[in-house]
Design a protein around this ligand. Structure first.
Ligand code: MN
Length: 244
């Protein structure tokens, strides 16, 4: 699992003057609950470390966090509010490349779905609200992971057989989304307002690759009355066991 990279932050009371890499707790627990052993894949700055990490793991999870930097998909930023994290982008693009070559399963969560699309040459809405007016509220700072909407599933996609139905209620905590779909990918879930919310390989060959724009790892709370994201974690881990 890739972590988020936090730059020095003076008001922080731990490692205020240092960079930190961190993973979100419920994501770790969702992997563990599905029978996997979550391991962080930190960016160390040593390129050969990434190669060794990919050799060690059974599958790659690209987690959520910072925005993808517009320059990573060759666009100019529309606002200085969303610079993204180009360093994390470059690191994750390299991990995706190595994992694909090693035929290790890949699961992208939220930002992970976006960076997968960018890897395949796709682009993103830098900010859904300003670039696609009239859409639903895909991120609500107050409601956070209680914010939700429906997505329709592509019948021939990876998600449909997991749920055996055409519509899922998913959480929504993102202000960016897939704009132009990457080459070699297909959309496997579309939100009520027409945004691509899941991507996978158009021709899967021997590889498992799935990116979902929501956070299946946060859907365990029954009070949220969402479709069970753990099905996605379980399907991914089943593929991981197949490679070990
Ligand atoms: Mn959404």
């Amino acid at each position: 699992m890739t972590g988020n990279i936090y730059p020095p932050d003076p008001p922080r009371n731990i490692y205020a003057k240092k960079h930190i890499q961190a993973l979100e707790m419920e994501g770790l627990q969702a992997v563990s609950r599905a029978g996997g052993l979550p391991i962080m894949l930190p960016e160390t700055g040593t390129p050969s470390d990434a190669e060794q990490m990919i050799e060690l793991i059974d599958g790659l999870i690209l987690t959520g966090g910072a925005d993808v930097a517009p320059q990573t998909y060759h666009e100019k930023p529309i606002s200085e509010r969303w610079p993204g994290d180009p360093k994390r982008d470059a690191y994750e693009l390299r991990l995706i490349d190595l994992a694909l070559k090693a035929k290790k399963p890949i699961l992208g969560l939220c930002r992970g779905c976006q960076i997968l699309n960018v890897y395949f040459g796709g682009t993103l809405y830098q900010d859904i609200t300003s670039q696609k007016p009239g859409t639903l509220l895909h991120r609500d700072v107050e409601k956070y992971d209680h914010n939700n909407h429906f997505v329709s599933l592509e019948e021939n996609g990876l998600l449909f057989p997991l749920y055996n139905k055409a519509r899922l209620k998913v959480n929504s905590v993102h202000h960016q989304a897939v704009k132009d779909l990457g080459k070699g990918l297909k959309a496997s879930a579309i939100s009520e307002d027409g945004l691509i919310e899941a991507v996978e390989l158009a021709r899967p060959l021997n590889s498992f690759l799935l990116g979902v724009q929501w956070h299946p790892e946060w859907e365990g709370n029954p009070k949220l009355s969402l479709d069970d994201g753990q099905k996605i974690m379980a399907a991914f881990l089943e593929k991981c066991r197949g490679t070990s």
